[in-house]
Design a protein around this ligand. Structure first.
Ligand code: CA
Length: 234
């Protein structure tokens, strides 16, 4: 975890406890400090004391709504805000009112996607350095992985990967020799969606092997750890 990220405090304003929990979990795992407010009034009492480094704000909230909070914040601060809404039409309606958010996500969204948006907004607003540890290029043997361009090459030849294949490979390669269970991979790459078949991981590993290994039946990069899961051997 890089130190600049550990210092970034994010306030999550969300009145659905389970959603607030999962969002908080993913943000913490990505190295951020997280505080949760479960309604607009609680959010305001936190913000009046101290404005954090980032705000993730549900639009429809009890007590004080997200739009009023955004206006209040924008009068005082340029803190990055990601708005969360249940309906895209809400965003269409309020965008005309100059909502003042830096980005928005529509429910249901994957927590991993939200974390990526947070990173992108932080980079754009200069609060997090581009090329931070989590986004660095990796060169491992004959394999080169560039997360900024999402290009993977093997012996200098570019390999066509789907988005999920790339995410899976990059996650494993970023943590060489660390064993991940199928559940951990499902959670980190697919956002832990309950409707995803656990066999999905197996299928993606097999396809990745076919694409990056010289001999997919006897892999040297993507290894199976029997009874546990998978690891990347550099
Ligand atoms: Ca809500």
């Amino acid at each position: 975890m890089i130190s600049s990220m550990a210092e970034i405090k994010i306030l999550v304003v969300e009145d659905e406890p389970s959603l607030a929990e999962v969002v908080s979990l993913y943000l913490k795992r990505a190295g951020y400090q997280v505080q949760i407010a479960s309604d607009g009034r609680q959010a305001m009492s936190i913000l009046e004391k101290q404005i954090p480094d980032f705000v993730i704000l549900d639009l429809m909230l009890p007590e004080v709504d997200g739009l009023s909070i955004t206006r209040w914040l924008r009068d005082r601060s340029n803190v990055p805000i990601i708005m969360v809404t249940a309906r895209r039409e809400e965003i269409d309606r309020i965008s005309g009112l100059e909502m003042g958010a830096d980005d928005y996500v529509v429910k249901p969204f994957s927590p991993q996607e939200l974390v990526s948006r947070v990173r992108a907004v932080l980079r754009r607003t200069g609060r997090e350095q581009a090329g931070a540890e989590s986004e660095r290029d990796l060169s491992l043997g004959e394999l080169h992985i560039s997360p900024s361009t999402r290009v993977v090459t093997v012996r200098e030849s570019p390999i066509e990967l789907t988005a999920k294949e790339f995410d899976l490979l990059y996650l494993l390669a970023r943590h060489p020799r660390q064993v991940f269970t199928r559940d951990q991979l499902l959670e980190r790459v697919w956002g832990g969606a309950d409707y995803i078949d656990p066999g999905t991981v197996t299928v993606h590993i097999r396809r990745l092997r076919e694409k990056i290994e010289s001999d997919p039946s006897s892999p040297t990069y993507l290894l199976t750890v029997w009874g546990v899961g998978y690891k990347f051997e550099p």
